[in-house]
Ligand binder design. Structure first.
Ligand SMILES: Cc1ncc(COP(=O)(O)O)c(C=O)c1O
Length: 413
């Protein structure tokens, strides 16, 4: 990422694809900087969902009629788009879930519950989102396994020495954030997976923040599982997916039980369907998966390398501007080459909720609070913070407007 070519995205063209930017918020043009929470939708995603309901709506894989055939084709096609996007070998390795949280819970119940025993250890990092902490706490309480956390350095990078130190032979599972939703830090997941493989630990990457923003290839990383939120990459809310290596997924127990995930059912027994259906019990969110497929088409047409470089330029500019504000504390690495366009900060002495409310009166959507990472906030003594995060439709001009209001907040409060 060091010698970035110039950004190739045309943000004004991109913005025209997103109907929400035609809306005024409190009489002002919307400046949407809450992208780490969820992103906006281009018209093609909205159209794909609407087209499914108006032209192809039927349940999948259950009937011989034409609509069911079409719905099944579209739904399977969405799996294939996801697989190609993250470099999976096979679309059967993609399971649609409602979000990254559900994907992580799937692994906890379908793999962790059956394979971990008292005394086994799970290694996480202190910069995990709650969704990559709490499912493992459930296993800690149910199975008597131990949770451990690799810490960060003071500047908000992962402490790799601590990670190596904690990677003992008792560790059976390593579940790590590819990119922090608070600090923006991009973790060296390829190296971490390699280290974990040396002790035969199963590896999970939480790709919720990385997959929407940088090129990600699961084969290159070498992880066993990856959990991703579709709604953070232009897809509909209620869309997400799990990638899992075929060999592991075939051996694992199901997560949810019922229709569609079975092969044969007798009075007291059942056998399981093939991948990925074994993990997609009941009628899935068909339209949402198709919408996610359309989002992937849109991102792929822009090019993930281009997206990464475009956001990199915004990062650079934003960091420069933020650093010129007096009385600001920026959390996370003060570099731009190994971080995402996520900035978390405090205006010293001012409640982050008050600043967020002030920004809202100018049509600027940001997040305030602990960003679903309380252990990290406590570890770094951050308290409540403001968070902004960029995506393909954000511009330098929007950063300028936000910076002006932050300065106003300092003068006002
Ligand atoms: C790093 C990370 N992991 C997991 C999640 C959970 O995502 P979802 O709400 O889609 O389950 C988030 C959401 O913000 C996140 O930032």
């Amino acid at each position: 990422m060091k010698n970035d070519p110039p950004a190739k995205l045309d943000s004004s063209k991109i913005r025209a694809d997103f109907p929400i930017f035609k809306r005024l918020i409190r009489g002002k043009p919307l400046i949407y900087l809450d992208n780490p929470a969820t992103t906006q939708h281009p018209q093609c995603v909205i159209d794909a969902i609407s087209n499914f309901y108006s032209q192809h709506n039927a349940n999948i894989r259950r009937a011989t009629h034409l609509l069911s055939y079409e719905a099944t084709q579209l739904y399977e096609e969405a799996h294939k788009k996801v697989a190609a996007f993250i470099g999976a070998d096979n679309w059967h390795e993609i399971v649609f879930t409602r979000n990254a949280t559900e994907a992580l819970n799937l692994i906890a119940y379908a793999w962790g519950y059956w394979n971990l025993q008292e005394g086994d250890e799970i290694l996480l990092t202190i910069m995990e989102h709650h969704s990559n902490i709490v499912p493992w706490q459930m296993l800690q309480n149910m199975k008597g396994i131990k949770l451990k956390y690799a810490m960060t350095t003071p500047e908000g990078r992962l402490d790799m020495d601590d990670f190596r130190r904690q990677l003992t032979s008792k560790v059976k599972l390593v579940s790590i954030n590819h990119a922090s939703n608070v600090l923006g830090t991009i973790n060296p997941v390829k190296e971490m997976v390699l280290l974990a493989k040396n002790i035969n630990a199963v590896t999970i990457i939480d790709g919720a923040q990385s997959v929407p923003h940088i090129p990600v290839n699961v084969k290159e990383i070498g992880c066993d599982f990856m959990a991703v939120s579709g709604h953070k990459m232009l897809g509909p809310t209620g869309s997400g997916f799990l990638y899992g290596k075929k060999k592991l997924m075939e051996k694992m127990h199901p997560f949810l039980y019922g229709g569609d995930m079975i092969d044969e059912v007798t009075l007291h027994n059942a056998t399981w369907n093939e991948l990925p259906w074994k993990y997609e019990a009941g009628t899935p969110a068909i339209a949402d998966a198709i919408g996610l497929g359309a989002a992937i088409d849109y991102l792929s047409a822009l090019g993930m390398e281009n997206i990464m470089h475009y956001e990199q330029e915004l990062n650079r500019y934003c960091l420069e501007q933020l650093q010129q504000i007096p009385d600001i504390t920026i959390h996370g690495p003060l570099s731009t080459h190994d971080r995402l366009g996520v900035f978390t900060f405090n205006l010293n002495g001012i409640s982050s909720h008050e600043v967020a409310n002030l920004l809202d009166t100018y049509g600027i959507a940001v997040r305030s609070g602990n960003h679903c990472a309380q252990p990290l906030a406590n570890h770094l003594h951050m308290g409540d913070t403001l968070r902004i995060g960029f995506y393909i439709y954000n511009t330098r001009k929007e950063i300028d407007v936000m910076i002006e209001i932050l300065k106003k907040a300092l003068a006002l409060f």
